[in-house]
Design a binder for this molecule. Sequence first.
Ligand code: ATP
Ligand code: MG
Length: 422
Amino acid sequence: MSVIKGIKGVKDLLPEETPRWRLIEEAARRWAGRYGFHEIRIPIFEVTTLFARSIGASTDIVEKEMYTFQDRDGTSLTLRPEGTAGTVRAYIEHNRTAIPVPQKYFYFGPMFRHERPQAGRLRQFHQFGVESLGMADAQADVEVMALLWRILSDLDLPGLTLEINNLGYTADRDTYRPQLVSYLKQYESGLCANCRHRIEFNPLRVLDCKVPECRAITERAPRLSDSLSEAARSYFTRVLSGLDVVKIPYSLNHRLVRGLDYYNLTTFEVTATNLGAQNAVGAGGRYDGLVETLGGPSTPAVGFALGLERMSLLLPESAVRKAPEYVTIYVAGFGGHGAVVGFTALEELRLGGFQAVSDFRSVTLKAHLRQADRLKCRFTLIIGDEEVAKGSAVLRDMETKAQYDVSLSTVNLQIHSLLPGS
Ligand code: ATP
Ligand code: MG
């Protein structure tokens, strides 16, 4: 029979890798809690219109990356490519605007985009994201960037830079866009096919194209910063001084536009020096218009999303080794009676709070001890027919090789007394 394989760009996370992920998730959760964010769990699929309307019809995501399919009644549904649209949909649908305190949410979960699979770019990937809804103050921007930075610093991820830019208000970009378009048109033939298309549909995105020819052309392009209104400038000044106050380092990047249409004012991205071409670890910004675009009341908002795969690639081995190791007890039950009593003892150990394992294929003590070593167990509880007859067992310390006779009824206490710190 032919073997069925997983889908290209959709990865399995095997048990060797999940501890890294747990470490990352625990850090994100811990810091999100400290900053007053609460977990929200939103569906993995939504009606297609939600994403088309929020992310923007002429973005890469909506134009060519969504997994869209028809439900049996003909409704168009889409696997979520990101988490903000769903969070905002839920916020509006459950009338969370009526709650008189700022609504600060975080989420974890898989996202789906039909991109060319490569290192750091998958078709099912995972994000941790936060959305801070209701506050139009620069301090809210600083708060989410500080949270982002604390999580990454806590995990010791190396070579990171927080890049930040000011996208201004819609009116500022409306002033700027024609200037940029007329500049780009002069050099149209030198741009990549994608950017030639963007001139008409999403010209600002040309600025953060990674193709060297496009970068060379946009180097001398008119800058959005020269078209910004006084209000947009002073907002950004407050954001930057807030970052200084909480000592979050940043660098200004006037090219940073981001792939989603709903951003305004502050936009930011964290890049890593050793991730190769896909160097963005996470990104976000302010999106004051989105709630209204999705039919809710005017609500300022700011948020970010981190890519867990890229964080896992960056996570140093030393951080993983820092994670606490559990004491595991192997139960070696063998012989007609020993196997039965051993199985009971195994269950008792677990009920007593220990991590306890056995390999039921092993029928001799030698085979059991070999498995206990392979499984890196700290102790082995040996129970053969002989031990059963005496009503006892042998507890073997797998590191020191010392062995102790223990009464089956007091095994738990005995193990506790052998552990450091007891
Ligand atoms: P990129 O510039 O890498 O395409 P993006 O602007 O599409 O990123 P966002 O939508 O802002 O990314 O997503 C935030 C983070 O999610 C990214 O910084 C990245 O870490 C991660 N991410 C995005 N797309 C993918 C993907 N296809 N595979 C793995 N991680 C991804
Ligand atoms: Mg992308």
